[in-house]
Design a protein around this ligand. Structure first.
Ligand code: MSP
Length: 679
């Protein structure tokens, strides 16, 4: 039975198009998944989208579509989440959407289980709410009176709600964090313990009544499940927990590692294990908190207008170069500062100068001096094989690499082979420690050493004398082997490029495997070598920076334009909407809702019409009775808090600096009769 490995990315919140920061986390997870597949393990790599919550409901409303239509477009539509992962060559085995039916009903069962076991109970929530983050906070958790995650203002909140007994699990969570390697890197443990556990873990509010776009609590209509419960359990429902769609829970749970961004470590390392403890379920083995990709010292966000578009970069530099850059330039686990300069510099230095040059010089010289095939006897000597074997056996620690007189060029061979033979073990150690940047560092030590080996051996001089041809062939063979081993280990990072390299050096399937990367001399001496295309042409930094700046400016202008100018509609479209003048006959607050008012209206139809409107924050019901307003009467009926709404009252909307909205009901002169159409 192969070893199994279950790895996940966070499931993305499809409120906007994804940017390079999201891409970073998914590319990293993909590389880890590919590494485990390369080792022959049975891998389950899950990603997906987290589609519920007030922000989505609000954005959909703004866009004039249903929440489901809104998320469908961002997840499945052109340049949507799935498109981006396809472009970036993401090899996920499964994709979960939290709006999938099987997940929704599983969440209802999970919520009920925790209610039945007493860990979820009903109470009243009083506190602060950050709308953009959809997070509730206690006064003591706020930073300068604002949301500790995003720094934006929070609002007072009070509502009847269900709570999860998080406090009950405080000691076990503290023990888990402090005394095991559950949460990595270690620095994240101190953050969690000092910021959240030491101040005291309070019970967590896990239901909402202020909006409807969520998983309904099936035993208490009007409540929807807190989006983080809905989201976190994706890791298990996607394997079949509480549903019949999948049946891999026994095989893959507990997860080997959840890769998550640093701001959601709290949810994954405190709330998630506590809920699993409540249900008596095994905990994931590890949670790894990555850093952020920052820009101009701050986080990328659409509202700041500083997002970096992965489509644009992939189109200009190629998918593999972008994947490579993300993992080479930023130590995994700490913040990194993205810049176009760094991107171009990394491509030029590592990919064009080091890797690209090594491959093109080696294949070009093999072709030039020997045609397509090196001589059959140019492979490794017995001594070289022994040396490589000893290095591999000692897991790279073998120190004695023989002694040759100063003028004997075989000393270069020995150094090169020893480095190559120990590489796979050093790489494995780094990858297993979730340090892909260190694994790349090791591979590039060999690539740089091999380039130096070319300069030391000067093949162009060896080629001048027929008597040196055997030495020349051996030198080129050694170089091809270095290229082969490097390409095997680079495959998880740059799958397409490595395929091309294998084709250029004539490596067959069995010389591309994990096992083969740990052995020296596996490439047949007479393999067919073909110099192919230049893998990574050098980029002119100045020109490219200018081009990128222009493209970025164009894209921003287009986005601003699109935001300013709503899509135009025809007069026929406009005429489809029936606006009429309406007299308010009665107006009552809706039970259990802070926002909704229920209107009884005379719309000149001979019988009263019922419409619900979320304006209780701004008006008291009695002040509205008798007023004349504008109603849209041909909207499809919709149920809210158990009541049917047959249309919509028209209000003016003002966005406040904290992102909230203020509504002003449009009122007409009371002399205007009811039931008049508007044109
Ligand atoms: N929906 C939640 C995750 C639920 S998992 C049960 C969420 N979604 S998100 O779309 O907002 O973010 C997804 C991931 O992208 C997070 O891990 C977040 O840290 C990461 N990133 C978002 N911006 C980022 C950067 N600028 N840099 C690096 N990662 C960033 O959180």
């Amino acid at each position: 039975m192969p070893e199994k490995f279950y790895v996940t990315t966070p499931i993305y919140y499809p409120s906007d198009k994804l940017h390079i920061g999201h891409t970073y986390c998914t590319v990293a997870t993909d590389t880890i998944a590919r590494y485990h597949r390369l080792k022959g393990e049975e891998v389950m790599f899950l990603t997906g989208t987290d589609e519920h919550g007030q922000k989505i409901e609000d954005k959909a409303k703004e866009a004039g579509v249903t929440p489901k239509q809104f998320v469908d477009n961002i997840v499945e539509g052109p340049q949507g989440v799935k498109d981006l992962w396809k472009l970036m060559n993401i090899s996920n085995d499964r994709f979960i959407r939290t709006t999938d039916d099987y997940h929704v009903s599983a969440i209802q069962k999970i919520f009920k289980k925790m209610y039945d076991n007493g860990d979820i109970y009903k109470g009243t929530y009083k506190g602060k709410y950050c709308k953009p983050c959809e997070s509730f906070w206690t006064e003591s958790q706020l930073k300068d009176g604002c949301c500790p995650d995003c720094g934006r203002p929070v609002a007072d909140a009070e509502e009847e709600a269900y709570f999860f007994r998080l406090s009950k699990y405080a000691d076990r969570i503290l023990d888990l964090l402090e005394n095991t390697d559950f949460l990595q890197p270690r620095s994240r443990v101190h953050e969690m313990v000092n910021n959240f556990i030491k101040p005291g873990l309070e019970d967590l509010c896990v239901s909402r009544t202020s909006f409807t776009w969520g998983v309904p609590v099936d035993f208490d209509p009007g409540h929807v499940v807190y989006v983080w419960i809905d989201a976190l359990f994706n890791y298990m429902t996607a394997l079949g927990y509480c549903n019949d769609k999948y049946h891999d829970l026994d095989r893959f749970w507990p997860a080997d590692v959840h890769i998550v961004g640093k701001e959601i470590v709290r949810f994954h390392s405190i709330i998630w294990p506590a809920m699993l403890m409540s249900l008596g379920l095994p905990l994931p083995k590890h949670v790894f908190g990555t850093g952020w990709l920052l820009l101009d010292g701050g986080k990328m966000s659409k509202s700041k207008g500083n997002v970096v578009d992965p489509y644009l970069l992939a189109q200009r530099f190629g998918v593999d170069a972008l994947r490579f850059f993300l993992l080479r330039a930023f130590p995994f686990g700490t913040d990194g500062i993205f810049s176009n300069e760094l991107l171009i510099q990394t491509i030029n230095t590592d990919l064009a100068n080091d890797l690209g040059n090594l491959v093109s010089r080696t294949t070009a010289m093999s072709g030039k001096y020997f045609g397509q095939h090196l001589p059959a006897d140019c492979g490794p000597t017995e001594d070289e094989r022994d040396l490589a074997g000893m290095v591999a056996q000692s897991r790279g620690t073998f120190g004695m690499i023989g002694s040759f007189p100063e003028e004997d060029p075989r000393k270069y061979d020995v150094e090169l082979i020893a480095l190559a033979a120990g590489l796979r073990d050093r790489y494995e150690e780094a990858m297993d420690a979730l340090a892909p940047h260190k694994a790349l560092e090791e591979v590039f030590k060999l690539i740089q050493r091999a380039n130096k080996y070319i300069d030391e051996n000067k093949p162009w001089l060896l080629a001048k004398d027929e008597a040196n041809k055997p030495r020349l062939a051996h030198v080129l063979y050694n170089l091809l082997e270095c290229v082969r081993i490097s390409a095997v280990l680079l495959t998880p990072f740059m799958p397409e490029t490595c395929e091309k390299i294998f084709a250029q050096i004539g490596a067959e399937e069995e010389q591309r495997t994990w096992q083969s990367a740990g052995a020296w001399g596996l490439l047949p001496a007479g393999a067919a070598v073909n110099k192919g295309e230049n893998l990574f042409p050098r980029i002119d930094m100045e020109k490219e920076l200018k081009a990128l700046e222009e493209l970025h400016a164009q894209a921003q202008a287009a986005a601003q334009e699109a935001e300013k100018a709503p899509e135009t509609i025809t007069i026929d479209d406009f005429n489809k909407v029936h606006f009429v003048t309406a007299k308010i006959l009665d107006c009552q607050p809706v039970k259990k809702s802070k926002k909704l008012l229920c209107f009884t209206l005379d719309c000149g139809e001979g019988k009263p019409r019922q419409i619900l409107s979320g304006i209780h924050e701004y008006y008291e019901p009695e002040e509205l009775i008798g007023k004349t307003v504008v109603a849209c009467t041909n909207l499809a009926p919709r149920k809210m808090m158990g009541l049917e709404s047959n249309g919509m009252l028209i209000s003016a909307v003002k966005e406040e600096p904290d992102g909230s909205e203020k509504l002003h009901l449009i009122m007409l002169d009371d002399k205007v009769p009811a039931g008049y159409g508007l044109c």
